[in-house]
Every structure is written in C-alpha cells, then in structure tokens.
Ligand binder design. Structure first.
Ligand code: PXL
Length: 280
C-alpha cells in the first residue's frame, strides 16, 4: 500500500486540511500518516473565536521517529502552514524522507490566500517563503491569488487565458514538474483548473455555485495528490479531483447548510473510490 505523509493542521470543524485529507486519501486506498502542524477548533476563514494550539515543535520529532522505524512515505503532501518556522520544518522533512537516495513525490498546496488577499495571520513576506518551499515540490496547487503572490504578479478579478498561462510560465520556473492552478473562471457560472506538466497544458471546467466554500482547495488537492501517488496522470487526476469537489459543493449548495462549516464530501467518497478504479 502506498503511504502519504500529510502535513497540515487539524481544524475540528470546517472539513479542511487533515479532516479532508485523511478520509479522502484513505478512500483512495492509500495509508495517510498525518503530521498535525496545529490544532484549531475551526478553520480561520470568516469564523471568530477559534482556538489554536501550535505544534511546530512536534513536526520534526514525529517524522524522525518514523524514519527510525524504517517508515518513509511515497509522497509528502503539505497544505496550510501557520508560520515561517513550519515552512522551514517541511523543507527539512523533505530532506529527511529523501535520505538514502529515496525520491518521494512532493506535493505542495501553498494554502495562504484567496480572492486577492492573504489569510488572517500571514504577513507580506510569507508568499516568498512559500515560493521557496514550492522549489522543492514536484507539483504545486495554488489558486490564482497564491500564484500571483508567489510570482509578484498583480491580482486581477477578470482575466483571460493569457494571464493564466503567463502565471503558469512563471510558476514553472520556480517549481518541479507539475503546476495546477485552481479557481480559474472565464465565464459566469463556470469554474475549473489549468493543468500543466511542462509538455502539455489543459483546462478543465465545471459548474460554479454562488458563495464561498471553505476547504474545497484542500479537498481538490487531496484527491489530486492521492491519485498521482497511485501513478495516474496529472490530467486524469485533476479532472477527477474537480468532479469530486464539484459534486460535494453542489450538494452543499442544494442543502443550504452554512458553507463556512465545509462541504458534504463524505457522501461522495464511495464514488471517488469507484472513479479511481475506472481510471487507467
Ligand atoms: O483550507 C485552508 C485552511 C486550512 N487550515 C486553516 C485555515 C484554512 C483556510 O482558511 O484557516 C486553519
């Protein structure tokens, strides 16, 4: 069985970070080894009064213990990181799990911003540090805001294909093989992603529902990382991740639950298992 070390916070309510990564990656038949970076009562987006316990000091000892047991993951997958120190710790983890000539697949979701602004608690130096982590990645999954912040590009609300493809060109200079930009929308009612593997590029689109759905970037990145760990192509993986995320959002939109508390992805986990079995 493949193994993914998932380095994210655990937010008890909100179905993002580890509460999304663990069930989704498990549904793909992959073992998840969580490296919790912090414990929060909820995510930090549009919710007041959340609790937060930092676990930075635990990150490296957890991973060192695994290597002492001979446990080395096939994939290292990082998401929301709360500080510069946590970014430095992830870089060290990548080196640690690469010991002895190992070559783990490294997926970095630079979750730090959306809709043109950085999430609460991050300062303007943070995107540069996240870009330095992306240099060590095989695949990065930024949204448009994160792509702009990491490349020093002005964020635009409205844009065309050239803008997205230019962002991808810039990101390809700083990172490994694959770039997937999320939240790409050229027309009302449609959203999707742009996928590039340096030799081929493709857009995938789905229906867009009104509102902000927290955690959906983590859901998308977890499916994508899991499928690529199983050797699926980045294009098939991104398309499946988009379908799974869109089905979960559609359900949440119809049921009119508070989108801050996450989307109903649980219902679609059996379908996800089936979808991946259908892929070549
Ligand atoms: O989904 C990204 C995310 C993860 N973890 C925490 C967050 C956010 C986004 O706001 O606040 C704690």
């Amino acid at each position: 069985m493949k193994r993914i070390a998932a380095i994210h916070d655990i937010s008890g309510v909100g179905k993002c970070s580890l509460t999304a990564a663990i069930p989704i990656i498990s549904a793909l038949g992959i073992e998840v080894n969580p490296v919790p970076t912090a414990i929060l009562s909820t995510h930090t987006g549009d919710i007041k009064g959340y609790t937060f316990r930092d676990l930075t000091d635990e990150i490296l000892p957890i991973c060192r213990h695994w290597t002492e047991l001979g446990i080395y993951p096939d994939t290292i997958y990082s998401g929301y990181l709360g500080s510069r120190m946590q970014i430095e710790a992830v870089k060290k983890i990548i080196d640690m799990f690469s010991e002895g000539g190992r070559n783990p697949f490294v997926a970095v979701d630079p979750a730090m911003a959306d809709s043109g602004i950085l999430y609460k608690g991050f300062d303007s130096d943070f995107p540069g540090m996240m870009a330095a982590l992306c240099e060590k990645a095989d695949i990065i999954v930024p949204n448009i805001t994160e792509a702009c912040l990491m490349t020093g590009t002005r964020y635009l609300e409205e844009y065309g294909r050239e803008y997205i493809e230019d962002l991808t060109d810039k990101l390809e200079i700083i990172t490994g093989k694959y770039v997937v930009i999320t939240g790409v929308s050229f027309e009302e009612g449609k959203t999707g992603c742009f996928v590039s593997d340096k030799t081929r590029r493709e857009y995938f689109f789905t229906e867009k529902y009104p509102g902000t759905y927290y955690g959906t970037g983590d859901i998308f990145a977890s499916v994508l990382t899991g499928l690529m760990t199983k050797g699926k192509s980045c294009f098939d993986s991104a398309q499946t991740a988009l379908k799974f995320t869109a089905d979960s959002i559609a359900d949440t939109y119809r049921s009119k639950t508070d989108p801050r508390f996450g989307v109903a992805f649980e219902k679609y986990l059996p379908q996800l298992t089936q979808l991946q079995e259908d892929l070549q």
